[in-house]
Write a protein that binds this ligand. Sequence first.
Ligand code: NDP
Length: 348
Amino acid sequence: MHTTRNRRIVLAARPKGEPADEDFRLEETDIPSSAGGQVLLRTLYLSLDPYMRGRMNAGPSYAPPVEIGQVMQGATVGEVVESKAAGLQPGDIVLAYSGWQDYGVADARSVRKLDPQLAPVTTALGVLGMPGMTGYTGLVNIGQPKPGETVVVSSAAGAVGSVVGQIAKIRGCRAVGIAGSKEKCGFVTEELGFDACVNYRDDGFEQALAAAAPNGIDIYFENVGGRVFQAVLPLMNLFGRVPVCGLVAHYNLTMPSRGVDRVPMLMTAILTRRLTFRGFIVGDFAAQRDEFMRDMAPWLRDGKIKYREDVVDGLEQAVSAFKRLFRGQNFGKLLVRVAQKRDPKPGA
Ligand code: NDP
């Protein structure tokens, strides 16, 4: 049966710490209608990403917050069900930003038509999309890997981290992953081809990391922060580079943690070992999208880059799935399958 209603998940309250079910509300509305130059999209896949936690907070960040009562934002792969724009037809599959809902309206210029023959359309949300480009641009521009160097990446089994280590290998580096389970570490070394992977939840993690990087660390691609970072810092080599991509271990913190003041140790390490830290947002490198696709699409086709997806069924599962990102319970790029591709017209 075809639905004639739009289900959407709105932000009901600003989470304190880890998001709770009560912070969200599933609503039903009419399916929106498109105007000239627009398309009506039926969401097939919704991407769930750690950055969304930041959008739930009030206050300035690199992007405006989602307001209370607003639909949660997010990238989607959708099917065109109605088009009032040249160049797009019902049945076309596009990358869009429809958010956590069944249907969205978008300006045709803001969506990108996908070629399902090129690669599975879900890759536009992962390895060939924003997370893949984050790993690629952060490593290449800030990490500047050279053959023989040691690259360490945290959250190595995840959407971004898995790309970073594999590109490090392509660039002739030693790739060391850090991940939160034995199973993930097995995937990182056996499937993705990293040289080593260390489980940060194990006793003796610090010693295991030092053993996995016997020549020290030249590039640390930072995805998590917290105690993982503390273990990495003493191992950084002279003139090491640290692309600061994400700090997922901190996103649910409600107040700065008290305890030992580590600023002197950090600043001394930066100074004496001449380290370069640079934070970045993938959009900083938007101009490199063609270059990214030129490299990444053949790597993917030739099996030089592998990827893993963690697909959850049903929009109503989005909140519980989202929470898994902060517990290490996702294994690969986290996606919600909202609907299957079908006839172009809703209710037809
Ligand atoms: P992942 O697929 O890596 O999923 C998140 C993973 O983070 C979890 O599976 C878990 O892996 C790890 N994690 C969660 N909590 C902790 C913790 N307390 N300590 C250590 N690890 C933890 O997500 P993405 O690949 O999409 O994102 C990775 C990072 O990149 C995030 O920090 C994200 O915000 C950032 N990012 C930044 C962008 C930018 O433009 N700067 C763009 C896209 C992403 P495990 O089981 O190994 O602990």
